[in-house]
Write a protein that binds this ligand. Structure first.
Ligand code: 16G
Length: 245
């Protein structure tokens, strides 16, 4: 791919012309799925445009799913074709699911705090308003790409110190002898708002799956209420069904 001309005779904003050039490169087969684009700086120099223009052009194509970006590594053609499989019939953790399917799970913390339960949190967890809760909000990554935002609340009786939770909440719960044994999960279609879309590197308004999981201890008390937004194009949710006897 040699981005040697931006069509001087053509009109329109430079970033749109750069997008057309990249699209043409893909359409004509000079750029193929998984090809790496030159670095932002290099593209800007080659084309004689600012890095801001290059960034804006690439960003737009990433939002459309034409390109994908990986932190610290660059810009590539296409989104990964393979979707992640999220099993729906077993009570497993994100870390377990991703590891089992050969992916590398990752976590970026957005909030890790403790405080008195609001009325809504108390209702969800079946505790009294004002009882201590731990809030854990994370961006979940798969092979370095963001796929979900998860907002978990757990009673402080299970996780008193949020800072002690490492990469896996379920490992922390198991370590405290508070492993959930049953959960109820609801899925619904939503579209992403501005700030969530930015975190998930998706276009604002794009499709997502909202999931709420309420998980229980053997005594029937709630140990976790997690509300998540998964990128709509990242996962297949798979359940095995059988005919009841
Ligand atoms: C899954 C669960 C989430 C749980 C997390 C624990 C869904 C939709 N959600 O992501 O409720 O908190 O696993 O994963 O499946 P971790 O042990 O890797 O933190």
């Amino acid at each position: 791919f040699r981005p040697d001309r931006l069509g001087g005779e053509e009109s329109g904003p430079l970033y749109l012309r750069l997008q057309s050039l990249i699209r043409a490169g893909i359409a004509e087969g000079r750029l193929r799925t998984n090809d790496a684009l030159p670095a932002e700086r290099e593209l800007a120099t080659q084309l004689g445009v600012s890095r801001v223009t290059v960034r804006k052009a690439l960003r737009g194509l990433v939002d459309e799913g034409v390109l994908r970006q990986r932190h610290g590594s660059g810009t590539y053609v296409g989104r990964p074709a393979e979707r992640i499989r999220q099993p729906l019939s077993r009570l497993t953790s994100f870390t377990e699911d991703m590891t089992a399917s050969g992916h590398v799970p990752g976590t970026r913390w957005l909030d890790r705090s403790a405080g008195p339960a609001t009325a809504e949190e108390a209702t969800l967890l079946g505790i009294a308003p004002g009882d201590a809760v731990t809030r854990l909000t994370r961006l979940r990554l798969v092979d370095g790409d963001p796929v979900a935002i998860e907002r978990a609340i757990v009673p402080a009786t299970a996780i008193p110190d949020p800072a002690k939770v490492g990469a896996s909440l379920y490992d922390a719960l198991a370590g405290a002898g508070m492993q959930p044994v049953r959960a109820v999960q609801r899925l619904a279609a939503v579209s992403l708002g501005e700030s969530e879309a930015r975190l998930l590197e998706a276009a604002p308004g794009s499709a997502a799956v909202a999931i709420e999981r309420i998980a229980y201890l053997p005594d029937g008390s709630v140990v976790e209420c997690t509300r998540s937004h998964y990128r709509g194009d990242a996962c297949d949710f798979v359940a095995e069904l059988s005919l009841s006897p």
